[in-house]
Design a protein around this ligand. Structure first.
Ligand SMILES: Nc1nc2c(ncn2[C@@H]2O[C@H](COP(=O)(O)OP(=O)(O)OP(=O)(O)O)[C@@H](O)[C@H]2O)c(=O)[nH]1
Ligand SMILES: [Mg+2]
Length: 204
């Protein structure tokens, strides 16, 4: 797909790759899906529909062989804090970039069925959202899908405020902020691989 970004809000991707893969039993970022390491698969899709790709992980040296030269591997300041605090760190680092994005696409590293066309379609919706809208995410029966959606960088003081009051989960935070639901045509796209059987059953 041709990139035609100029008229759209700027979007960079943050991929979280610092989980323990406890249920999987080995680092799932490196597990092969259709011959491609999961982390690479996710970053490839992201690179096709956002300006820049950042991967946040406490162990970047593990992934140097699976990332493209144009992607950025960021070393996380502390391991094992969970996705919300990892996101907070990623947001702070994006805000400190020379050209911060308008929106962050936040992705887990274990989602092989991500659909570039869907992400692209979602991205096109961002420009018409009211300025107070903080996040744009798909929602399922399980609730918000926080690791497959968009967050407005200029509103991330609302994450700081939530964390300062002792909040700790994405679902709790999202229940208190303006978030728009993104349409999900195929729930399969959100498949994330937590145990070995998930990887075997994941089809595009
Ligand atoms: N950078 C970073 N990413 C994290 C952290 N905790 C979880 N993640 C990522 O968040 C996403 C969703 O996490 P899970 O699917 O629960 O993965 P996990 O924590 O490795 O799996 P389990 O150990 O089995 O719970 C994955 O992409 C993880 O790599 C963290 O502390 N730092
Ligand atoms: Mg998962």
């Amino acid at each position: 797909m041709t990139k035609a970004f100029s008229a759209l809000p700027r979007v960079d991707t943050l991929v979280l790759a610092g989980g323990n893969s406890r249920r999987m039993g080995s680092d799932k970022a490196l597990l092969l899906w259709q011959g491609i390491p999961l982390l690479r698969r996710v970053a490839q899709v992201a690179a096709a529909c956002t300006e820049r790709v950042y991967i946040l992980t406490p162990w970047p040296e593990r992934y140097t062989d699976v990332v493209d030269p144009g992607w950025h591997l960021w070393r996380e300041s502390a391991p094992h804090r969970g996705p919300l605090l990892a996101f907070q760190e990623g947001v702070a680092r994006l805000q400190a970039e020379a050209i911060p994005p308008d929106w962050v696409l936040l992705l887990a590293c274990d989602m092989p069925c991500l659909d570039e066309q869907v992400l692209w379609e979602w991205r096109h919706r961002l420009g018409s959202l009211p300025p107070e809208m903080v996040a744009a995410l798909p929602k399922t029966q399980r609730g918000w899908e926080p690791l497959c959606g968009f967050y407005r960088l200029s509103q991330m003081h609302q994450l700081e405020a939530f964390l300062q009051t002792g909040g700790g989960s994405f679902q709790d935070w999202l229940s208190g902020i303006p978030t728009v639901v993104l349409p999900l045509w195929q729930a399969q796209m959100l498949t994330n691989c937590n145990v070995p059987a998930d990887l075997e059953g994941a089809n595009p």
